[in-house]
Design a protein around this ligand. Structure first.
Ligand code: TGC
Ligand code: FAD
Length: 392
């Protein structure tokens, strides 16, 4: 990739809404991305390899457990700080942000929120430091948007549980040390279980041939009569609300993350348009290109305001799941449209790995699908405003 010359757009002076601490946290994540992600990410994506060397840095910038209390190894930060870290990581690459989202919101959060004190002390500090990497198993081959139909199940065998089934499309699965797995008990009630890599009958085959999110490792989780110790059941929550509660937190982080990808595409296109000469003029001087750039900064600014407000509501514990869905849906769609427009501003150069835009665009095709598809989030808004569920 060409040198990282990123300059963050802040058209409505939103920095004024941030505290000094927010800015410090944001800037340290931004610097880390510039120094440790930008130089290596293109090659990692081309090779479809997760760059394991970044795990330590992710832990150091507070990306693992940003809002988890310090007593468990987390950074004890507020929701805006968490969002800003996600924004900066995804400015680098959605796959990097994905790794952090899964670790914080889908693995540490359920252990913190639904686990007991022994489970918190056993797993959270190691997850915060990056000594352990976790994954989250909800989606199954036949149950994606409709996780309540899941067939993965466990039976009470007296001194342990016996887990059977399969999960698919699981980020971090191929190398995760632990998996938070959602499965039904004999009464059909959904519970979370912590499955450890070395448990007999547990395997994690890698998913190959992705054109998207190539720097993030994806795989399956296969449970063939896995004996799970009883102390690995998360005791404080059951039902679909368990995994959906984790998704609220992860979707919130994605709403911020998508802004990062959009900012990078916009910034790249703006710089290129001022340097690229056609018809003896910079292409930025043509109205058609200005329209693209002006619309991009308008959409980014709207998304920034939406997300900042959502963060303040979350800090006050007032944000609803439906508000989070709206922000995730709007911001990812916004970022994907900007990536497509920005790619065109670069002409043929836009399709190369010299620039980050095509990589962002491909990544965002996953981001618009995972954590609830674009359609599902629209239906969540529809349900919220009409009171009528149109899923079924
Ligand atoms: P429904 O009857 O509406 O709800 C069942 C129970 O859950 C409660 N609930 C929530 N709780 C917390 N947060 C939310 N957002 C919640 N939404 C619903 C609800 O109150 C109810 O509780 P209770 O106590 O009455 O049982 O459920 P439904 O079966 O009709 O489904 C609703 C629907 C379609 C919206 C939901 O299933 C859904 O969101 N589907 C999308 C699935 C999804 O997002 N999967 C994501 C998998 S993980 C992933 O993609 C990680 S990518 C990671 C990365 O790399 O970044
Ligand atoms: P489907 O549910 O089969 O949907 C197919 C299409 O039908 C979509 O367009 C959808 O919007 C539409 N559709 C479905 N239901 C309705 C309806 N009621 N009304 C209208 N339209 C509908 N999952 C995890 O559990 N953990 C992970 O870590 C994880 N990581 C992922 C990483 C990647 C790279 C990807 C691509 C996915 C990951 N997922 C993960 C899975 C992801 O959450 C699912 O792909 C997603 O929820 C959609 O499920 P599906 O792919 O089965 O699509």
């Amino acid at each position: 990739m060409a040198q990282d010359l990123f300059q963050a757009p802040d058209y409505f002076q939103l920095d004024d809404l941030l505290t000094e601490e927010h800015k410090l946290i944001r800037d340290s994540a931004r610097e880390w991305v510039k120094r440790d992600i930008s130089p290596i990410i293109e090659e990692a994506c081309q090779k479809a390899e997760f760059p394991h060397q970044i795990v330590k840095g992710l832990a150091e910038v507070g990306a693992f457990g940003a809002y988890i209390p310090e007593q468990y190894g987390g950074a004890g930060l507020d929701q805006i700080s968490y969002g800003l870290i996600m924004q900066e990581l995804e400015r680098g690459d959605s796959g990097v942000r994905s790794t952090a989202s899964v670790q914080t919101s889908l693995v540490m959060y359920p252990i913190y929120k639904y686990g007991n004190e022994e489970q918190r002390m056993k797993y959270l500090p190691k997850l915060a430091s990056g000594e352990f990497i976790g994954c989250f198993g909800l989606t199954e081959p036949d149950h994606g948007s409709n996780p309540s139909g899941m067939v993965t199940n466990f039976k009470d065998m007296g001194d342990h549980y016996l887990l059977n089934g399969a999960k698919m499309w699981i980020s971090n699965a191929p190398f995760a040390d632990i998996a938070v797995v959602w499965a039904k008990n004999e009464e059909g009630r959904i519970h979370g279980l912590i499955v450890e890599r070395d448990m007999e009958g547990f395997s994690t085959p890698t998913t190959h041939n992705k054109w998207s999110l190539r720097a993030s490792s994806t795989g399956e989780l296969i449970f063939d009569n896995v004996k799970v110790p009883k102390e690995n059941l998360l005791p404080n929550k059951s039902g679909l609300g368990g995994p959906l509660g984790c998704l609220d937190s992860a979707r919130y982080g994605i709403a911020w993350g998508a802004i990062g990808a959009a900012m990078d595409c916009y910034d790249t296109a703006l710089r290129y348009s001022k340097e690229r000469i056609q018809f003896e003029k910079p292409i930025a001087s043509f109205q058609l290109q200005q329209k693209k750039l002006a619309e991009m900064i308008t959409e980014i600014t709207k998304a920034q305001l939406l997300t900042w407000r959502l963060g303040t509501l979350r800090n006050e514990d007032r944000a609803t799941s439906a508000q989070i869905s709206m922000a995730k849906r709007n911001n990812v769609d916004m970022a994907l449209k900007i990536a497509r427009e920005a790619r065109q501003v670069l002409g043929a150069m836009g399709i190369t790995g010299e620039y980050s835009i095509m990589r962002h665009m491909m990544n965002l095709e996953s981001v618009i699908t995972y954590e609830g598809t674009h359609d599902i989030h629209l239906l969540i808004t529809g349900l919220d405003i009409t009171g009528i569920a149109a899923f079924k």
